[in-house]
Ligand binder design. Structure first.
Ligand SMILES: [Zn+2]
Length: 82
């Protein structure tokens, strides 16, 4: 039979491990938002998510569309020009 103190130490150790895990997770999330999290936009052509900082963009009807590549952007523009 385990002495009560040993059991307490085990429990505390588990709590510390869990706390550290959630703490580092919070830090990770926080640092992400601190960097002003790059917004992800969906490429309307291929469905890929691209960073909002992409240079492949087109503004149409007051809305900015982001694309993974020039090819997708060109396809989109072509489809809108019909
Ligand atoms: Zn694409």
């Amino acid at each position: 039979m385990l002495p009560k103190i040993a059991l307490t130490i085990i429990v505390i150790t588990i709590i510390i491990i869990l706390f550290r895990k959630s703490d580092s997770l919070k830090k990770f999330k926080k640092s992400n938002s601190d960097n002003n999290a790059v917004e992800m936009k969906k490429d309307p052509i291929c469905g890929l998510y691209v960073e909002d900082t992409t240079s492949h963009k087109v503004k149409l009807d007051e809305e900015v569309y982001s694309f993974c590549s020039k090819e997708c952007r060109d396809k989109f523009i072509a489809s809108k020009k019909k």
